[in-house]
Design a protein. Structure first.
Length: 342
């Protein structure tokens, strides 16, 4: 029974954090910038929460996070580790405990230590590390998204400028101003082509975060298909006075109106990208906590291990086993010596 009394009591302190619906990814930016897309977090569902929890667990168990914790609390010196990798391995396996609840979207971060105050402080530090590293990753992700959208936006501005210059050059040569009837005949066409281009931009952005078989991608593709069918019907239908269309219009007028159409399309692209770009700039500059703390680590009042009852039973059994082995062995030796004497 002596072994039980020399074992150091171990205390456990833990804190609980919850995932936050992030708008820093491209899906969040698209949802914020394009209202008719809706919240893409609903598409991810529980898998999005599971991925976020997996990321949290990876951050906490990362070498960077654990090495900073080990250095801060002098664990190398206290436990006389020779190599940092041994300290990190032991910390992962025997000191730190992570519990995930995928349904609630929560993560419990716990620490075992002989000192209850130290267990509490280490658990608090791990939560701090999680928030710090996750915030850094979010900012970097927001920066990457902003650069991607900005590149697409800059290209759209170049295309718009080129279209404006071409239209101006065309008007300087021909001085054309189509009559009301011809302009009206192409109005629906321009609106349809602009709408198609806008939907294609949305698909281009969505494809960066969703697989082709996702319902949102399929919905956008179906929308484009319907719009293209309407455009094709408008462009190929025969000319009738009661049904204005493009077919049969003079070539110069037609070219002019096509340039007008291109101008409208480029403007539509810009109006689609501008709110997303502005949202990405805002998110990149945000300095808010990226992890929601539900329960802060508390100072443990009772030890977690060794368990008194379990240890008493274990050492009682061990004592009984050793005692039995001793008496059995002693009896056998005694009988053997007796036979030799006889």
């Amino acid at each position: 029974m002596l072994f039980f009394f020399v074992l150091d009591p171990i205390f456990y302190s833990s804190g609980t954090v919850k995932t936050i619906s992030s708008k820093l990814d491209l899906g969040g930016l698209i949802s914020s910038g394009i209202p008719d897309i809706g919240d893409l977090g609903d598409i991810a569902g529980s898998s999005g929460v599971a991925k976020e929890l997996a990321l949290y667990e990876t951050i906490i168990g990362s070498r960077r996070c654990l090495e900073e914790t080990i250095v801060k609390f002098n664990i190398m010196e206290e436990n006389e580790y020779k190599f940092m990798q041994d300290a990190v391995k032991d910390f992962r396996e025997n000191v730190m405990e992570i519990k995930k609840d995928k349904v609630a979207g929560t993560l419990e971060i716990g620490i075992y230590d002989k000192n209850p105050q130290k267990a509490k402080e280490m658990s608090e530090f791990l939560i701090y590390q999680l928030n710090k590293i996750n915030s850094e990753l979010n900012i970097q992700n927001a920066k990457n998204n902003r650069e991607f959208i900005e590149k697409r936006y800059d290209q759209a501005k170049i295309d718009l400028k080129r279209t404006e210059d071409t239209l101006e050059y065309f008007q300087n040569i021909y001085g054309i101003s189509p009559d009301y009837q011809v302009q009206a005949s192409l109005k629906a066409n321009i609106e349809l082509e602009s709408e198609i281009k806008s939907e294609q931009i949305k698909i281009e952005l969505l494809s960066k975060i969703l697989s082709p078989d996702q319902p949102e991608i399929q919905t956008q593709m179906e929308k484009i298909k319907v719009l293209k069918e309407q455009l094709n019907t408008l462009e190929t239908s025969p000319f009738e006075e009661s049904n204005l269309n493009m077919k049969g219009s003079p070539r110069i007028v037609l070219n002019f109106l096509r340039l007008k159409r291109d101008l409208e399309i480029q403007n539509k692209i810009l109006t689609t990208l501008i709110p997303i770009l502005e949202q990405s700039k805002i998110q990149e500059k945000k300095d808010t906590p990226s992890v929601l703390v539900i329960d802060n680590p508390a100072l443990p009042e009772k030890k977690t291990k060794p368990k008194r009852v379990i240890n008493i039973l274990f050492f009682t059994f061990l004592f009984f086993l050793l005692s039995s082995s001793y008496f059995i062995s002693k009896n056998r030796v005694y009988n053997y010596i007796s036979r030799l004497r006889n």
